[in-house]
Design a protein around this ligand. Structure first.
Ligand code: ZN
Length: 221
């Protein structure tokens, strides 16, 4: 089984006081763990048993396998989200992404304002992303488990706006959580790494297929 729960890239208390140990413990050890366990159950003894998480997302989207897509995309989104944060992060971007943000949004404060607005307005559960799309930076919101991986977009940054991401620390004050994320948590080094990846390996619209699906089932659950 290739899909397993990966440890957080920092200790549970590392993002305090902006995200508590209690929030990260529940979020990673219960929510993300449940999505991984669900993936493992759904792919057991199928041709996808040894697929990577990214392959599961793309394959389930291509085959309209909604249950597997929800679990795999949520697991992928969470693993990406953890890496978008670090202790002592946030504030103004630096490196290449800083230049692009100025080009596309006018200024860093204008970018933060637009990101806050879209993330604050996202209705219900979902994610808000900074993506690289056809040579441009865009802020886009996705609902529930949906992810830019299944579009021709390279995700650069994401914030989880499901209530489970912030409710223990911020209750209904989602905007305070988003402000803390932008001001104190964003790992701009990771965003710059993703940008380099986007520039060096432009996404094709074909998506990835798992090699040699010898015992491909008729449908995915
Ligand atoms: Zn979450």
């Amino acid at each position: 089984m290739s899909v397993t729960l990966q440890p957080l890239p920092y200790p549970l208390q590392a993002l305090e006081p902006f995200l508590s140990r209690r929030t990260l413990a529940g979020h990673h050890d219960r929510h993300e763990a449940a999505y991984i366990a669900r993936c493992q159950t759904l792919i057991e003894k199928t041709y996808l048993e040894d697929a990577t998480l990214e392959e599961l997302v793309l394959e389930s989207a291509a085959q309209d396998g909604q249950a597997l897509f929800n679990a795999a995309a949520q697991a992928w989104n969470h693993a990406f989200y953890w890496r978008c944060m670090r202790p002592g992060g946030g504030g103004d971007a630096d490196g290449a992404i800083a230049w692009l943000i100025k080009q596309h949004f006018g200024s860093q404060s204008s970018f933060r304002h637009q990101f806050m607005t879209i993330a604050g307005d996202q209705f219900g559960s979902g994610w808000v992303w900074l993506v690289f799309d056809d040579g441009r930076l865009k802020i886009s919101a996705t609902s529930n488990a949906d992810t830019p991986l299944v579009r021709s977009q390279t995700p650069l940054l994401v914030i989880d706006v499901w209530e489970h991401a912030y409710y223990l620390d911020y209750q209904h004050r989602r905007l305070d959580y988003i402000a803390a994320f932008l001001g104190h948590l964003v790992n701009w080094d990771f965003v710059n790494q993703n940008l380099v990846q986007a520039l060096n390996h432009p996404i094709t619209r074909a998506g990835a297929r798992v090699a040699n699906p010898a015992s491909e089932p008729a449908t995915l659950r």
